[in-house]
Design a protein around this ligand. Sequence first.
Ligand code: XMP
Length: 320
Amino acid sequence: MTRETPEQRLQPRKFIAAQVAAIREAVGEDTAINALSGGVDSSVVTMLGHRALGRRLQTVFIDNGLMRAGEPRRVVGLFRRLGVPVRLVDARREFFAALRGVTDPEEKREAVTRTFYRDVFGRIVRESGARVLLQGTILTDIEETVAGIKRQHNVFSQLGIDPQQAFGYRIVEPLVALRKDGVRQVARALGLPPEIHGRIPFPGPALAARVIGEATPARIETVRRATAVVEELLAGRRAFQYFAVLHEDRVTGVRRGRREFGQQIEIRCWDSTDARTAVPTRLPWATLEALAAALLRRVPGVVSVTYHLAPKPPSTIEAV
Ligand code: XMP
């Protein structure tokens, strides 16, 4: 007998009703706050919290300087149109200051997490007077963190960290029983548009997870432009996730008859259902050539483009 996964048993409407009730119960007469990134997890949490609490939920979008092109305004505008007010906070300088000189992958994740929770969001939460933080942690985040594979951005209690003690607020996580496909079902049932529920995953450390080595404003801008190209050309292929990675090494190239010691972009495109395992998509050669041509033309300083071929495991989906 095969065991049912939580998603097979999931009834989105019942799930929504139960979580709305649970949020009301957890928050009581207090107010709650949540951070929206525009990913499907935080978007679902925003809608659940909004249904449960209305104006007693404050939603903030923190611009950490590490988001994709145009993302902050697009996400805030979309939720405003859905009737959910979102406050946009510009914290770009603080994040880049925390990332200065940091090259180790786990230290980079740690710098983003610390700046987010302790400094920027911690300060916003304290000033707001909210007692409860709603957060979109999902089952896969916990499994991978507990297994020691990768420190996810948003897992605390599973690591024995008490957020009340460490940061001064209580965390409620309505999605911890779900994997990504379950979250997408709930997003559809909540009436979120396809650009949210069909959106490819994007990591908590954002574009900092997509530069090898130091995440400076200039290097983030390079990977941001490359990401826009890759997303544009691979949209509609129905791959699980696709993006660009900026390498640390430079390689010799030649442009307009002159030697250029330039940058390398790696394209990753994955087939997967739940991110626990993944294989590179068999992209047609013509698509890869079109990607290379567009990246070389549209991203200044790039002289090399590669395609990532190793499956997960032993690779991981992100490069950092
Ligand atoms: P990896 O790289 O571990 O990624 O194979 C598995 C899935 O998780 C996403 N990812 C993250 N999501 N915070 C998140 O919310 C993170 O720190 C994080 N790191 C990776 C990744 O994009 C992929 O979908």
